[in-house]
Ligand binder design. Sequence first.
Ligand code: NAP
Ligand code: GDD
Length: 376
Amino acid sequence: MAKKSASKAKAPTREEVQKKLKARDGVGKRALITGITGQDGSYLAEFLISKGYEVHGIVRRSSSFNTGRIDHIYLDPHVKGGKLKLHYGDLCDSNVLGKLMRTVHPQEVYNLGAQSHVRVSFDMPVFTADIVAMGALKLLEAIREYQTETGKQVRYYQASSSEQYGKVLEVPQKETTPFYPRSPYACAKVMAHWATVNYRESYNMHASCGILFNHESPRRGETFVTRKITRAVGRIKMGLQDKVFLGNLDSKRDWGFAGDYVKMMWMMLQQDEADDYVVATGRTITVRKFAEMAFEHAGLNFKKYVEFDPRYLRPAEVDLLLGDPAKAKKKLGWVPETSVEELAAMMVEHDLELARREKTLRDAGHKLPDSSGHDQ
Ligand code: NAP
Ligand code: GDD
């Protein structure tokens, strides 16, 4: 009942929101994405290109190729009509950020770049803060200067995180729940979050934070727990690996599908007013339960294959994350479309196929690289 009277107050109808979004479809628009080579960057780039955007991505110089997730949407610059343009740059380099604003002239900027691994942030706290906190500030400054110089308005998306809630002060977590960060990564994200809010309030910038809960996919980095598990399932099933070592199986996460979540990033920037939103499924399960589901999908009993290794524990843990996506639903009509069961199945299917290919290579006498030494 309460829900009904609240939505009567002034929430636009689903049709009104859809109409507004359609009117702002991306033909003739340019978006700039940091972190385009990552999981979310690749899904967002695909999504924006499908809407007609010209997408510009910032790529870090690396001695080996780091564009594997976006190669399928990249056209050689000699071929006409490519919708994806890549530029070398780094969030620590404010000169490049300013130069790209002045040369690309984006209407929308999505800041997804980060050292995004929580465990690794304890090993590299200063670097993590430089990229996650100072990088966001440098980008906000570059946008502010560009707006002042050109008089053009730019819409900014900040990749905030449920990790900011840390030792949670409320269950479920909402936009109004106070932050209590528990890692160098989360501390840096809190700084970037408040810098975004501060630029919105100080300079009237269209700057929004998406407080995204954990989201996964077959493109998830292999050292995050869901992918580490589904990779292991595939390799164990194909006889390429005996077991998998994990840390804390009791922590709970609200896991959704990255493909659903990038749509919400875009929807946020299509609103007249910038605002912050929780993006979550509203369900939480333990790491143990996710492992059980993933192994079961391949017909395996996880208890036979999962072993504990204390090196995967963190100096401080986030025990429980559970998001309340009510505001996203009410104001933008966004709902997650993929359940965690579907997500686990999708990832296992993908990784079974990957392991099948690895097995084919091994059976043909090729040596497979052993990456077990640098997982987290
Ligand atoms: P990801 O797969 O780890 O991708 C991170 C991206 O940032 C990569 O493209 C990486 O480039 C780039 N990057 C790293 N250091 C950089 C630097 N110094 N300068 C510029 N770019 C740099 O992360 P994700 O899962 O896609 O997440 C995207 C964003 O959302 C991140 O900010 C993350 O913290 C945040 N977030 C993620 C989740 C989640 O569950 N996935 C939830 C909440 C918030 P390389 O490819 O060269 O390493
Ligand atoms: N990575 C990892 N490896 N995590 C493990 C392992 C392991 O072997 N064993 C247990 N875990 C537990 C972690 O201790 C944590 O409680 C949980 O699994 C999830 O870990 P990750 O998958 O590494 O994700 P995260 O929750 O720490 O951080 C991710 O989500 C955040 C949003 O809440 C990252 O994507 C962050 O960038 C993002 O902000």
